[in-house]
Design a protein around this ligand. Structure first.
Ligand code: ADP
Ligand code: MG
Ligand code: MG
Length: 251
């Protein structure tokens, strides 16, 4: 049973306080939609949970199964079971996709994965995501289209099998067919490993596939309202103005 617990989290970026006290609990098997207008701190929250050093935690706690991860580096958090599919994946020249993936997979294991087993798993993931076969041998994300980068994040997730996965606008840049492929890969893995998910998206279509069990609206650095799928539907049809008015916040 995996649980991510965020308590009264305050985060600064370049000396500016972006998150002003976030409380969030994500249990195994749950899917939490994180919504909110642009620039309100969604990516900041996910980056802080993953341990990106640009996002400075000034107060609060981030617990994975009760263990504080704040002093852990990104790779240690990955090893502990956290995963972030980034909104803007970086391009890394000189490192092939397969080398990157194998290093990441091995970091999560006691003994290195046998090469043949790794290759088989990687090929399976590439096929599931309907990516081109040369993907493994290309430099990480270099020259990938927006949609290919997003699908590549999902390939990483499939191989790492995190216990808590965070997917930041993973649907942006995907065409309708690619969106289906990505959503079914997410659901497949979740059905197998019961991972807890935090998903950020602006689109009801994506949520209709991944079926969040919980939904939250993040505005001005705080979660101002939480609920279920009815909250997603209301925001899809009415936007965020009613949230501002009801809860007296400004986006
Ligand atoms: P969202 O994901 O909700 O659109 P972000 O978390 O990306 O919002 O951004 C929240 C605020 O923090 C914005 O004002 C943004 O400009 C600022 N911010 C986020 N990351 C950085 C960064 N690396 N450097 C400077 N400012 C940042
Ligand atoms: Mg944004
Ligand atoms: Mg963002």
């Amino acid at each position: 049973m995996s649980t991510l617990t965020v308590k009264d989290l305050h985060v600064q970026v370049e000396d500016k306080e972006i998150l002003k006290g976030i409380d969030l609990v994500v249990n195994e098997g749950e899917t939490h939609a994180l919504m909110g207008p642009n620039g309100n701190g969604k990516s900041t929250l996910l980056s802080a949970i993953m341990g990106n050093p640009r996002y400075k935690v000034t107060k609060g706690e981030i617990l994975l199964d009760g263990k504080d991860v704040r002093t852990m580096e990104v790779d240690e958090r990955s090893k502990a079971g956290l995963f972030l599919g980034m909104q803007y994946p970086s391009e890394i020249s000189g490192v092939t996709n397969s080398d990157f993936l194998r290093t990441a997979v091995n970091a999560r294991r006691e003994r290195p994965i046998p090469l043949f087993t790794f290759i088989r798993q990687m090929e399976k993931a590439i096929e599931q995501l309907q990516m081109k076969e040369d993907l493994a041998h290309r430099f990480l994300n270099e020259g990938f289209s927006g949609g290919e980068k997003k699908r590549n994040e999902i390939i990483q997730m499939l191989l790492l099998e995190p216990s808590i996965a965070m997917l930041d606008e993973i649907d942006s840049g995907l065409d309708v067919d690619a969106l289906k492929v990505v959503a079914s890969a997410i659901l497949d893995l979740q059905a197998r490993n019961r991972m807890g998910l935090i998903v950020v998206s602006h689109y009801a279509r994506f949520y209709s596939y991944v079926k969040p069990t919980h939904a939250h609206v993040l505005m001005d650095g705080r979660i101002v309202v939480s609920g279920g799928s009815e909250l997603i539907e209301r925001i899809d049809s009415e936007g965020y103005e009613w949230v501002e008015e009801t809860y007296h916040v400004r986006a």
